[in-house]
Design a protein. Structure first.
Ligand code: NCD
Ligand code: ZN
Length: 349
């Protein structure tokens, strides 16, 4: 069996930089025409100049002949000036800004500490028609780690949406039924990206046969009832939900340590993993809209031309992939993925 769809886009991706970026970029460029590349480098990309320089480095690192467009987003801090948002708009290359609550995840320490301080930047985003991408978790240590998305929606996101009703919002990597409900019910331009790993795994995967650092990501995996809500949202045809892998590579040694860091690498099989989810849900006919139409429509960009074909042909994921001077362990390492990308194998193995 084969499945051909319009070339998809990845609306949430971590590419890193330098040799690490060069190692993981081909995986994404083989599958996706475009990707929204996250700005949480170290140091973070808090100016339009830094974002555009990063974009140029991505283009320079592309394998010859690859047709791939990086879409960029600015890292918001308490200090982001409305003028920087205006510059982002004028560049024509930056879709919006990313709100990381300070301390919520990898390289977020420079993120937003006080929402009150970013109100001028949010007003500028709204005025210029740019998108606010949100890492939706509170950092309050008193809040249970599995509840941080729900509490963020109550305490921060819902009030923010009320205050800026015309601001386009993406709740990135939604993981809970409350997140799904917020997106479905919010008036205006509100959407969510959904990762393959949150569709495939529940929190049992963190402890399956022992502590599993390669299943640790943020927001953390949730219980099965939440996963079911995500599957319904992603496979149900609602245009407010679209593909965003949140593929987040880290060196093996940094994951396999006493404080294994958060991030799951899925770029090696990104679309193939979503195909498994849609197949299991009996919704393969809806994969194309989720992967190739909803995101472009939300961002007001043209849909891609060209196609991509997957075959129903199980293959074994290698134990790890090159990642700069180290290696990265991908989701399903040593195990099977049931769909395979057709076409020349360009990614390094
Ligand atoms: C991401 C990373 O490693 O950059 N990690 C993750 O677990 N998703 C950051 C993020 O998106 O939270
Ligand atoms: Zn991310």
């Amino acid at each position: 069996m084969e499945l051909t769809l319009t070339r998809p886009d990845d609306w949430h991706l971590h590419l890193r930089d330098g040799a690490r970026m060069a190692a993981v970029l081909p995986h994404t460029a083989r599958r996706f025409a475009r990707a929204v590349v996250m700005p949480n480098l170290d140091p973070p990309l808090t100016t339009v100049d830094a974002v555009l320089a990063y974009r140029a480095r991505i283009l320079a690192a592309l394998p010859p002949g690859a047709a791939f467009e990086p879409l960029m987003t600015l890292y918001l801090t308490d200090e982001t000036a409305p003028e920087e948002i205006r510059r982002a708009r004028a560049s024509g290359r930056v879709l919006g800004a990313k709100l990381y609550p300070a301390g919520a995840t990898t390289h977020s320490s420079a993120g937003v500490r006080d929402i009150e301080r970013i109100l001028p930047a949010l007003a500028a985003l709204e005025e210029h028609g740019l998108v606010l991408s949100v890492h939706g978790e509170v950092t309050d240590p008193a809040v249970d780690v599995f509840e941080r998305e729900r509490v963020f929606i109550e305490r921060v996101l819902a009030p923010l949406h009320e205050r800026f009703p015309a601001l386009a919002l993406v709740l990135e990597h939604v993981t809970t039924r409350e997140g799904v409900a917020f997106v479905r019910e919010a008036p205006g331009r509100v959407a969510a990206t959904v990762t393959a790993h949150h569709l495939l795994l529940n929190r049992n995967a963190l402890f399956d046969g022992g502590l599993r650092p390669h299943h640790h990501c943020l927001p953390v995996l949730k219980r099965e009832s939440h996963r079911r809500a995500l599957i319904e949202a992603a496979t149900g045809g609602d245009p407010r939900f679209f593909l965003g892998t949140d593929s987040a590579p880290h060196p093996r040694a940094v994951k396999e340590s006493a404080r294994g860091c958060a991030g799951i690498f899925t770029a090696h099989a990104a679309l193939e993993l979503y195909a498994e989810v849609f197949e299991a849900a009996g919704a393969l006919d809806r994969l194309e809209a989720f992967a190739s139409f909803h995101g472009a429509d939300f961002y007001g960009l043209a849909r891609n031309t060209g196609t991509l074909t997957l075959g129903r042909e199980p293959w074994k994921v290698p134990p790890d992939y090159p990642f700069g001077s180290g290696r990265v362990v991908a989701l399903r390492a040593g195990e099977t993925v049931s769909w395979r990308l057709r076409g020349p194998e360009r990614a390094p193995t």
